[in-house]
Design a protein around this ligand. Structure first.
Ligand SMILES: *[C@@H]1O[C@H](CO)[C@@H](O)[C@H](O)[C@H]1NC(C)=O
Ligand SMILES: *[C@@H]1O[C@H](CO)[C@@H](O)[C@H](O)[C@H]1NC(C)=O
Ligand SMILES: *[C@@H]1O[C@H](CO)[C@@H](O)[C@H](O)[C@H]1NC(C)=O
Ligand SMILES: *[C@@H]1O[C@H](CO)[C@@H](O)[C@H](O)[C@H]1NC(C)=O
Ligand SMILES: *[C@@H]1O[C@H](CO)[C@@H](O)[C@H](O)[C@H]1NC(C)=O
Length: 392
């Protein structure tokens, strides 16, 4: 008996080693591809301007259970350094969004000293992620959250929960209106630690101008930063800010379409707000596909509700799915803007309008004729640069 023991031990040891070896090889082959797909996060930037429907598009993403969303995190940069101009602040804004995409919220140290509670972050309560686990226990992660309720219940949660929450998501989505040049984002597009995609959201400048008039007093500080007034708040009576906005959108679109470097391919998508108003589900589907997000039944139901005025807190007037009515709704600005103002904006924003399919109104008669549509249909237009679509 004793004679065989060493052999048995050797044989057993051999088999044990072989088993471990096989398990190792087997697990390498089966586990590796899995972990590779799991670490592929998506960092999506909704690049837009003031009063262009970006809060609504932001919500479309924020309410998805795979998305960690923040609205305008770079607001803090602008408010802390309001005596500078937009171009000087570009780099600080870019650095901030890079850190936020990587869930490193220590970047806010510079702008919110002694930060304690989640409520110190600008517009935190519009983020579903900050109203649900692990940031706040009130809402279910799969639930559609309510900003008003979240604001009351979740406001005292510690600021550190923002980072903790961010780390649990596969998709980080940020909305910003503070970029005026696509080139500023190039280093982020080539950054190996990021998987950046850009949705460039535009809206008819005449509709933007009308909406900016209604929100005038909220925009004076930002106007001063755009126009480099050294901190003086200013109204945009002469449409100088509108000029900057229109020029930058035209330039960004042109850069993406005609002068795009290869690393932009499959990472840029243009969305016109009017197309979202006219066919929300089609546009949402395309944006989700671009962002690698799956449309759940619950979200589909919620989109139906908010675009049909069903359920509490929804605005029926903004969305109408019968196409004729949607056209009227998306051109409501024509009733409120004088022909003189329309002409002025059309002159200032000529190249953006030409590029993006917004047609000129040439007379007072045309302004009043609501049977005429001045937004060219999407299908006649080359818009999105989706994955797999090669440029000719
Ligand atoms: C932060 O939350 C604590 C309670 O956790 C509260 O006492 C304090 O007033 C809050 N601070 C701010 C700035 O909201
Ligand atoms: C900007 O404003 C500050 C005070 O508000 C002043 O000290 C500074 O000289 C101004 N800079 C310029 C370039 O006017
Ligand atoms: C949509 O509205 C209906 C009717 O008000 C409501 O029962 C349903 O819960 C809503 N769905 C979502 C996802 O909000
Ligand atoms: C959110 O909750 C408030 C208070 O309960 C309610 O008045 C409001 O209509 C809700 N909003 C939405 C969009 O459900
Ligand atoms: C849209 O505008 C046209 C022209 O004013 C009008 O005839 C039509 O009734 C409007 N449609 C709706 C649904 O409001």
């Amino acid at each position: 008996m004793a004679r065989f023991r060493p052999i048995n031990v050797t044989v057993a040891g051999f088999f044990l080693l072989q088993t471990i070896f096989l398990i190792l090889i087997y697990s390498r082959h089966t586990v590796l591809p899995d972990t590779e797909t799991k670490t592929e996060k998506v960092h999506l930037l909704i690049l837009s301007s003031w009063r262009s429907g970006s809060s609504f598009i932001g919500q479309i993403f924020s309410q998805h259970p795979d998305v960690f969303y923040l609205m305008e995190p770079a607001w803090h940069v602008w408010m802390s350094m309001f005596q500078n101009n937009a171009k000087v602040l570009h780099m600080a804004v870019r650095d901030l969004i890079r850190s936020v995409f990587l869930c490193d919220m220590s970047v806010f140290d510079a702008y919110i000293p002694n930060k304690k509670n989640v409520s110190e972050l600008f517009q935190w309560a519009v983020s579903r992620a900050l109203c649900s686990y692990p940031a706040c226990s009130h809402f279910d992660r799969e639930a559609i959250t309510n900003e008003t309720v979240c604001k009351i219940i979740c406001k005292h949660n510690p600021f550190s929960k923002i980072e903790e929450s961010c780390n649990t998501y596969s998709h980080i989505v940020l909305k910003e209106v503070r970029f005026f040049d696509l080139k500023v984002l190039y280093p982020l597009l080539t950054d190996p630690s990021l998987n950046l995609k850009i949705i460039h959201l535009v809206r008819d400048p005449r509709a933007v101008a009308k909406s900016r008039e209604q929100a005038m007093k909220y925009l004076t500080r930002d106007n001063g930063i755009v126009l480099n007034t050294n901190g003086t708040k200013i109204d945009d009576i002469r449409y100088d800010v509108m000029r900057e906005i229109c020029q930058s959108h035209a330039q960004m679109y042109e850069t993406a379409m005609d002068k795009a470097p290869s690393f932009l391919k499959g990472r840029y998508m243009l969305v016109r707000y009017e197309d979202v108003v006219r066919d929300p589900l089609r546009e949402i589907n395309q944006m989700y596909e671009f962002a690698n997000l799956k449309l759940t039944a619950k979200l589909k139901n919620w989109f139906y509700n908010i675009t049909h005025g069903v359920g509490p807190g929804t605005k029926k007037e903004e969305f109408q799915t019968t196409s004729r009515n949607a056209v009227n709704v998306s051109q409501a600005w024509r009733k409120d803007l004088s022909f003189q103002k329309i002409q002025k904006i059309q002159t200032i924003c000529k190249s953006e309008m030409n590029l993006l399919g917004y047609q000129f109104i040439d007379s007072e008669k045309e302004r009043k004729d609501m049977s005429m549509d001045f937004v060219l249909p999407k299908r006649n237009y080359q818009f999105s640069w989706l994955p797999n679509k090669e440029k000719k």
